[in-house]
Design a protein around this ligand. Sequence first.
Ligand SMILES: Cc1cc2nc3c(=O)[nH]c(=O)nc-3n(C[C@H](O)[C@H](O)[C@H](O)COP(=O)(O)OP(=O)(O)OC[C@H]3O[C@@H](n4cnc5c(N)ncnc54)[C@H](O)[C@@H]3O)c2cc1C
Length: 474
Amino acid sequence: MDAAALRELRGLLGERLVEGAERLTRVSADASHLACVPAACALPRDVSEVQAIVRWARRHRVPLVVRGGGTSLDGESVPVPGAVVVDLSGWTSIHEIDPVDRIARVAPGVVNRTLQEAAAVHGMFFPPNPGSWRTSTLGGNVSTNASGPRSFRYGPTRAWVRAAEVVMGTAERVALGGRSAKRSTGPDLLQLMIGGEGTLGILTEITVGLLPRPPRRCALAVPIPEARSLGTVAATLARGLSWGLSALEYLDAACAAALSNTPGARLPGDRPLLLLEIESVDADDEAVRLSALSGMLRNAGLSEDPLVFPDADQLWTLRGSSGEALDRALGPRIREDVGVPLGRIDEYLQELARIAEETGARTCLYGHLGEGSLHPNVALAPGTPRGEEIRSRLLETAVRLGGTLSAEHGIGLVKAAAWERSVGDEGRRVLRAVKDACDPDGILNPGKVLRVPEVDRGRGPSPGASVAGRTPPA
Ligand SMILES: Cc1cc2nc3c(=O)[nH]c(=O)nc-3n(C[C@H](O)[C@H](O)[C@H](O)COP(=O)(O)OP(=O)(O)OC[C@H]3O[C@@H](n4cnc5c(N)ncnc54)[C@H](O)[C@@H]3O)c2cc1C
């Protein structure tokens, strides 16, 4: 970026412009294996400053990468070369919780856990609970359409966004959606922002729906024999939704072993496990539901007594650290996030077994089984030709089986090319028109889910190609 442009931005933000490689390290990476030190990091204090930054970026054609908690897994929040990071993690105000309208109106930097704690005071909760709930922000959750164990019952973040205030790539400020629970007013522009990964606009305020907290929740860990067909188990237990089952998770034996080594885990580590959650009204209701669940477990061929966790969130926090447990057990690896229809899960597992046999690499799989949201892992280094070839195979198999190449984490840098291939020429044309309307200069998070090759080319090397590799923490 030219020095005059940077001077102009410094004039605009003063000390709220962070510069210098050392100070920028914090915002140079996310939880993927990628990193790239940006040109600077802006800490705007209000919406008009965000608009001023966008106007400046348009004038000088500088890429802007919005950042929340920086926990994304595919390079969604990794800066592209020459970019200015717009860090909104300091925007942590909960403007309003309204138990009558059942909404929370928050700044985008509010951490998921903080919102849960604030809603609990009113006897409410925000259903999406990604494993990163202690560190990821609402801005990031909405922009990646995050989900978690309880999404089996309540759906992903998309289902809970009521309204947003957005600064578009044109610098216009728009208000989308409203406070009411239902809306049937034609094509929904708000939905475009959800999962947009900061490529269409910058969310400066978010209104989400809340629900009354269920009076009781308990979580269970159920060992399952290696030989059981996982697809049959998934399809049988998914019917438990009508019996208060609110989470249906799976850990294969390798993942259960890795997680059981976490201090305080209290999990058996020698077999695959199902992790379940049951919601109920009171102790009697819980007993009825547990008995119905036992019947379903027997129908699915599972006879061992479950281990009960009275504090379900404790189990979900532990489950959310599966990736870190596998960092310790397997080291750098291809870790994926695909969606597969329940009826095709066994075919997906067969492909993973073939990959293990052909490559000799250790593999493991876990995920939100009730929704076919699977995380296959293969212990091959990301960024290497062999590793990336296996990644493509993991993604293409999911799509071939009628699924999708991301069930929850998003596209980012890692899957941008695979995503473009999967939407085809027609899909690309429409997405391109949307991008042009929202961000005509292609300044918002280029190289990610909505790429504008001509604009990217004008800036030099493709951002995806020139981002430096980084070894994930062991
Ligand atoms: C240990 C661990 C467990 C995880 N578990 C889950 C899980 O269970 N389910 C799941 O879905 N994901 C999970 N993730 C992935 C990640 O936490 C989610 O994608 C999360 O939603 C990212 O939020 P963030 O605040 O960290 O966003 P960031 O990483 O900062 O940003 C993510 C994307 O959103 C954009 N963005 C951020 N804020 C804004 C804004 N205000 N306006 C516009 N765009 C914005 C960024 O530009 C980027 O493209 C996990 C990650 C880790 C490290």
